[in-house]
Structure formats: structure tokens, C-alpha cells
Design a protein around this ligand. Structure first.
Ligand SMILES: C[S@@+](CC[C@H](N)C(=O)[O-])C[C@H]1O[C@@H](n2cnc3c(N)ncnc32)[C@H](O)[C@@H]1O
Length: 278
């Protein structure tokens, strides 16, 4: 750990969700959402990120014909443990049968406990998209199923599926996430069948259930890869979709049957089923 880290606080005057989409797409690490913006922290200098946000903001203003003020403050902070400060604000999440808790909180009797500490990888159970996927896993993953978690982040969904008795593969294009998913597997005394850094098309397996909590554009892009890897009658849980992009995702998955739609705030999770001839 370095002695210092960089902190960029970004506060756009409007269109927070568009800035959030942009950051999810371009940042190699997670960021914290606050009421009126975002906090990005890194041991690498964030000047390039700040420049990228300025460019994005200018392009957005031109496209929308609106003025958007973006207040940005870049500071160098002493690395005396911002993760510890962040940890203090983390409470357990209960989505039956799962109980997701940080390691410093007790597990809950009678639940499928998942110990996850906040880290740079996405997935503590607090975000609506992760929570909806956990609800999907609770309902659609059965003992003995072979399951794939695409974009595993912290590994939370893969671990939940394993706790339900499934055999699970997981992948993520971000090396930090793969590392964190591996740490969390050990912490929860479970094993993935296979965990790799990269996209889903690096496997030839067929799956009963595939879960992908990624952004809408990526879900559209990988639709045919997901279709190829799903067995006939298999279930796809697609999340990370902002409601305004739902139609775009549904068009890309038009050969599937829509089984269930889970909505939390502006986030939509689609459960779709492979048709016999899809
Ligand atoms: C929103 S996070 C989801 C993390 C976790 N599965 C959850 O539900 O909390 C999305 C993850 O997808 C990864 N990702 C983005 N594009 C991907 C792709 N094409 N293939 C695999 N992973 C991808 C990102 O690195 C990120 O870790």
C-alpha cells in the first residue's frame, strides 16, 4: 500500500445517471456513489480520469444542448485507511435465504451466510442490481445446476449459487475483481469449478443458469455468446440495466421468453428463458 492515494470528487449539476454509466464503462475500478455525485479513489493519479470526465461532459452538453456544471475536486490524501472508514458504514444485507455480512459482523443462524468485505471489486449486496440477482438466484438456481456468473466482481453471486448447491464457473474481465472473487471464495470456504479473467466466450460449457450483472451495452454485445452457452430451457438472469435501456436489451434477447422482470429504483433485472429453437 502506498502512503498516499488520490481522491476525485465529481458533482455534476444534472444527469447523474449518464455520468454514472460513463464511469462504470471507463473506470477499471469501482467508485462510490454519493447523493450529489461520485467519489473515485486510486493510488494512481486521477488526472487522466478527470480529463476524461471533462471531455464526456463537453460532449454531453453538445449532444443535449444544455449547460451542465461539473464540480470536480482532485486531492491527494494520506492512505491511513479510507477502506476502514468506508467499512464502518457497511451493514449486513438479508435477501432470503442469503445473509451477506462483512467479516466483522456475526453470521445469522438458519440463513445461507456470505461473508464479503467491501473492496475495490463491485458486489457487496447493497446495490439494487446485485440484490435483484440474489433474488433471482434464490428462485431459479436449484441444487446440482451448472451455473455461470459473468462479470463476477466480488464473486457474491457465484458464492450464493454455490451455497444453493450449484456447480459454478465465474469470470470477469477485470483482474482486480478476479483476485477479489478468489479471496472471497476462500473466506467463504467454497470453490468455483473454474474462475478466469476474461469474457464468457473462453468456455465451451453449457449452463442451466447464467447470471450477468453488467451494463446494458455489454449485455447487448454478448447476447449471442450467452445464448450459445445456455442449455435448452436454461435461464438467463440479466441485470445492470437502467430502465431507459431495457427495450434495447430486450431487442437483443428477442429469441428468449421473458419469464420475470424485477425492478428496483431505476434498475431492471430481466429473467429470460431459452426457447427450444432459440
Ligand atoms: C456491476 S459489476 C457486477 C459484480 C457482481 N456480479 C454483482 O452482481 O455485484 C459488473 C462486473 O462485470 C465486469 N465486466 C464488464 N464487462 C465484462 C465482460 N464483457 N465480461 C465479463 N465481465 C465483464 C466488470 O469488471 C465488473 O466487475
Amino acid at each position: 500500500m502506498q502512503d498516499y492515494y488520490y481522491m476525485l470528487v465529481v458533482k455534476p449539476s444534472s444527469h447523474l445517471e449518464l455520468f454514472s454509466d460513463f464511469l462504470v464503462d471507463v473506470l477499471p475500478v469501482g467508485f462510490e456513489e454519493i447523493d450529489d455525485g461520485f467519489i473515485i479513489r486510486s493510488e494512481e493519479d486521477l488526472e487522466t480520469v478527470q480529463w476524461g470526465i471533462e471531455q464526456f461532459s463537453e460532449a454531453l452538453q453538445r449532444a443535449l444542448g444544455e449547460v451542465i456544471d461539473v464540480d470536480m475536486t482532485l486531492t491527494k490524501e494520506k492512505n491511513d485507511d479510507w477502506i476502514a472508514q468506508y467499512q464502518q458504514g457497511i451493514s449486513p444485507v438479508e435477501i432470503a435465504p442469503f445473509y451477506i455480512h462483512p467479516t466483522w459482523e456475526e453470521p445469522k443462524e438458519g440463513m445461507l451466510n456470505i461473508a464479503i468485505d467491501p473492496a475495490l471489486a463491485f458486489g457487496t449486496g447493497h446495490h439494487p442490481t446485485t440484490a435483484s440477482c440474489l433474488r433471482g438466484i434464490a428462485k431459479y438456481v436449484k441444487e446440482g445446476d451448472v451455473v455461470m456468473d459473468v462479470g463476477c466482481g466480488s464473486g457474491i453471486l457465484a458464492i450464493a449459487a454455490i451455497k444453493k448447491g450449484a456447480v459454478v464457473d465465474a469470470c470477469d474481465t477485470d483482474p482486480l475483481s478476479v483476485e477479489n472473487a478468489s479471496v472471497n471464495a476462500e473466506q467463504n470456504h467454497i470453490s468455483y469449478r473454474r474462475l478466469w479473467e476474461g469474457p464468457i466466450n473462453e468456455t465451451d460449457e453449457k449452463y442451466d443458469v447464467i447470471i450477468a450483472n453488467i451494463v446494458a451495452d455489454v449485455l447487448v454485445f454478448i447476447a449471442s455468446d450467452l445464448r450459445k452457452r445456455l442449455r435448452e430451457g436454461g435461464v438467463l438472469i440479466l441485470s445492470g440495466i437502467m430502465d431507459k435501456y431495457e427495450d434495447k436489451v430486450l431487442r437483443a434477447y428477442k429469441n428468449f421468453e421473458l419469464t420475470e422482470r424485477l425492478v428496483e429504483n431505476e434498475w431492471v433485472t430481466l429473467v429470460v428463458t431459452q426457447k427450444g429453437n432459440a
